[in-house]
Ligand binder design. Sequence first.
Ligand code: M6R
Length: 614
Amino acid sequence: MCGIVAYTGCKEAYPILIKGLKRLEYRGYDSAGVSLAQNGTLSTYKQKGSVDQLDEFCMSKDRSGKTGIGHTRWATHGEPSTTNAHPHLSSDGRISIIHNGIIENYVYLREELTKRGYQFQSETDTEVLAHLIEDIYKNEGCSLEEAVRIALKNVVGAYALAILSADEPDQLILAKKGSPLLIGIGNNEYFIGSDGSPIVEYTRKVVYLEDGDVAVVSPQKGLTIKNIDDETTKRPYLQKLELNLEQLEKGGFEHFMLKEIFEQPRAIKDSMRGRLNVKKDIVELGGIREYEQKMLNARRIIIVACGTSWHAGTVGEYLFESIVRIPVEVEYASEFRYRNPLIYEDDIVIAISQSGETADTIAAVELAKSKGATVIGICNVVSSTLARITHAGSYTHAGPEIGVASTKAFTAQVTVLTLMALSLGRKKGTIPLSEYHKIISHLELIPQQVEETLKLNDDIKAIAKFFVEKRNAIYLGRGINFPVALEGALKLKEISYIHAEGYPSAEMKHGPIALIDEEMPVVVLATEQDTYEKTVSNIDEVISRKGRIISIVTKGDSVVKNKSTYCIEIPETLEILTPLLSCVPLQLLAYHVAVLRGCNVDKPRNLAKSVSVE
Ligand code: M6R
């Protein structure tokens, strides 16, 4: 949510900022802006809309300057507009600030600053910081860095900040609390980013700022990090940035989303690599080894997550309850954190997040930790906040996911959850050995079967035409495929703007059936064996109300196929593993419908990739 990039060094800053903003645009694309330090003044250029629009606007401007900051915005306070775009300036125009997060007490601060004569240009929460820092800087006679630290003591909320000043044009001040910020260290130059994507082509040496850190970088003076409340200087902890440049490109695909859907065989394989060895009969997740005994002794497991990760967590509930026989509760992180939940010291909380930065998930983890629970993370972004604050965890190794609609992260999360359940179930003895062996040998085949499923791309593209003019859709699934129905509906609604709902198939009779008519496409996941006849009855109920069935079935199925307007056949696997295959046609369907409707697939309206504000 909002992307931050900044540079100081011997190169021209503008090209680095613009390139960085393009990479960060998936975090927000309502507006973009840059500030450059130029001969004792700051030049600030902002535009509503995309980074390309900003770049075009800047073509006729002075883009010189070796220190600068850039921002791409996902609007929280104030509509998307050029005025509300970052950077925001102090009233004398000599301090420029970009921000990712939310200043919760901005109304109070704004009132106080207004009383002191400050005038506000924008409706944003961020602008208060520019004036507050200016006020302290001018009245306290302190350095800008001290002014920032004093200001932040008065701020409630979350932030990653980069601050540029005309008074010290070769320096950047950075601060972090709640939102991510990292510093790439080059040769007498510094590259700052909300994530590694704007940094990776220049350096792999990075420092991840911690909550409460205020850093100053300057080619002359180097890097110093202090805490907001503490004068003492902290030793920077250098880490290697684990990211490949090719992973950030579209690689010949029209959209990141399509590329990422097609990367799933590789992503699943990578998530299993070194963890599943069928020949040696090994399922082992090194990252949780130390906590495995605790997990085996747990009275219950609570899974917290949001969006697609919550759907993966719900698949996890089925996996853990059937394989490990431990009760599982799956919670929306946003609900969990605010309802004073019962959390016990012997609870295991599994937090799932692609980005590892989702504000509600992070807050849920902090809450669980404060009550003494053990928290295990499942996340994709290496060294993200979630990875750093959990007791232990497993990375999904899906590679960077740029498309706002999550695809490969989902299948990678389900893969890790499957491995976790199998490893624990085996140790706990809650799964018969023969069953365990059957599952692991089928699991090994999944990447190849996803590859096979992807060959249906053209058929699914043809089916997508049926949805183009529709206004609603219903997705039905049972058992472990119910969360897949939810995920399929989420994919369709978030990128094509067609209203879609997922339901457990049998729930249809309890209300949603009233919606069925000849206009209603009903996507049915009909791969499960145990309740196959029940699903067939549900399909008959839809057909007798003139609804149109689009079914996902196991290859060779004829009963459901004959009842369907369109039918997609996926390879045969064990029921417990079907989500890894059945979600793929639903991702492709949503993708093609959105493309046919002319929607911006990778940057759907109103959304951002990483929801780092509440
Ligand atoms: O990074 P996270 O997995 O924590 O993100 C959670 C949700 O914001 C995310 O899955 C969102 O629902 C996606 N847009 C779904 O495609």
